[in-house]
Design a binder for this molecule. Structure first.
Ligand code: HAX
Length: 436
């Protein structure tokens, strides 16, 4: 994959030089103001990170190197399928260029050639009890592959810091190539009696993953291409991207960094929300006693959930203030392929009902659905009913974004991340000083 590597080197050098001269000339320019509630309240909105791979607009949603999700679905190579290949998005995030069909095909072949998972990683997975959450198995498997890190080896040998990006790029390519095999292994181990399916080397990255999960339906392969594309990145500050970046900023290698990001993704306010959504819907249908509930029945279940001090999973967002374009993309897919699916219809009913109720609370900043509100119902339709697995699917996709970001961080020589924290006494004294 010399072409992608040298293109990335070339592009990142330009950005590195530009950034260097901008910092030299305007490094002291003020870009933000921070108020006390942001310090205590999860740093919402504070501009304090650099990330080149994507940008999140509260209204327009995610843009990958300037391209919205509808534009990606139109412009990224599909190789005669109906949805774009995630390989194309990875190329775009690293280079800023939409790749050609040949380049995407070449990248798919390259990942296929690097896909072999070390035996000890399977052994590590096997050492865990079968009911270990799949995200725990996934995270442990990623950490176990750290033995393969070229960056860690080169660092120990004393590599020049100008060259850090090179072994990082190699680690990232190796790691991404292996993730579908690791993730599919966990799925087949936990839910299908360890009946493993060998990879089909003629397939692209997403379709081969679909195949190893156990589904050969071309429509499911297209779903996986779409799913693995749209979940990949959500700018630098989201919890999984930020965690990956933070760990990586210590010069931990790609394996440690991604495991850190996956542990963040495993939380219910982040990636685990996809399992929580379908669990919530199934519990609701069970309690109401029908798979075709009325709007009134849904409304009263939602209100009951809120009254019990719980959140409605799949709704709300720390940045977005409109329906998530990733939700919309999945809805369009479902409207085309599974409009008569009863569970999908419930997702659409929730979309009509939940925002009004959340708005009525007067405190929820974004009452609209996020990416996780739709995915589960579609996966159930294609036979992936085991919802405790859903966050692993998200993780395989998210790796593309956070790892291309890691390549950028190394190429730009971004430093150790180390913000300042304050204590209650510091806050009290600061308030007193300001009032005097
Ligand atoms: N249901 C009920 N209450 C909600 C809510 C929801 N879906 N979303 C926000 N709120 C509440 C918050 O809990 C908070 O209440 P308190 O003041 O009582 O603490 C209040 O509204 C203000 O919160 P906010 O500013 O609107 O939202 P935050 O930026 O603090 O949090 C979250 C954003 C995504 C964590 C939040 O909307 C939430 O908990 N949603 C449900 C879980 C979910 O779907 N997570 C996935 C998000 C997308 C993602 O990362 N996917 O991986």
């Amino acid at each position: 994959m010399k072409e992608l590597k040298s293109l990335f080197q070339q592009k990142s050098k330009i950005v590195a030089n530009e950034l260097k001269s901008m910092l030299k000339e305007s490094g002291d320019l003020k870009v933000d103001e921070v108020v006390l509630k942001q310090v205590v309240g999860g740093m919402r909105g504070i501009k304090s990170m650099f990330s080149e791979t994507s940008h999140l607009d509260p209204i327009e949603g995610i843009k990958f190197r300037g391209y919205s999700i509808p534009q990606l679905r139109e412009k990224l190579p599909k190789l005669n399928h109906t949805e774009p290949l995630p390989e194309g998005l990875f190329w775009l995030m690293l280079t800023g260029e939409i790749p050609t069909e040949e380049q995407v095909k070449g990248l798919a072949d390259e990942w296929e050639s690097r896909a072999k998972v070390p035996q000890h990683t399977y052994d590590v997975i096997e050492a865990m009890p079968i009911d270990t959450h799949p995200m725990t198995q996934f995270s442990a498997a990623i950490t176990s592959m750290q033995t393969e890190s070229i960056f860690a080896r080169k660092y120990a040998e004393g590599i020049n810091k100008q060259d850090f990006w090179d072994p990082t790029f190699e680690d990232v390519m190796n790691l991404i190539a292996k993730l579908p095999g690791v993730a599919a292994y966990i799925y087949r181990r936990v839910y299908h009696n360890n009946d493993q399916i060998a990879p089909d080397t003629s397939l692209d990255w997403a379709a081969n993953f679909a195949h190893m999960l156990g589904n050969k339906d071309p429509e499911f392969q297209n779903l996986m291409r779409l799913y693995l594309t749209i979940h990949a990145d959500h700018e630098g500050g989201n919890a999984s991207a930020h965690a990956t970046h933070l760990v990586g900023s210590t010069l931990s290698d790609a394996y440690y960094s991604l495991a850190g990001g996956m542990n963040a993704l495993a939380g219910p306010l982040h990636g685990l929300a996809n399992q929580e959504v379908i669990k919530f819907i199934l519990e609701m249908l069970d309690e109401i006693g029908t798979d075709e509930p009325t709007d009134e029945q849904i409304s009263s279940f939602i209100k009951k959930t809120l009254d019990s001090g719980r959140v409605i999973p799949g709704y709300g967002h720390a940045v977005l203030r409109k329906p998530d374009p990733r939700f919309v993309a999945q809805k369009l897919f479902a409207e085309k392929h599974l409009q008569n699916d009863k569970l999908v219809k419930v997702v659409w009913q929730l979309y009509e009902i939940v925002p009004g109720i959340l708005e009525g609370l007067g405190k929820v900043k974004n009452p609209w659905p996020n990416v996780d509100a739709h995915s589960g119902a579609i996966l159930v339709h294609y036979g992936i009913k085991e919802y405790t697995y859903y966050t692993v699917l998200f993780g395989v996709s998210r790796a593309l974004g956070v790892l291309s970001n890691l390549c950028w961080s190394r190429a730009l020589g971004l430093p150790l991340e180390r913000p300042k924290s304050v204590t209650l006494d510091w806050i009290k004294n600061y308030i007193a000083d300001q009032q005097n």
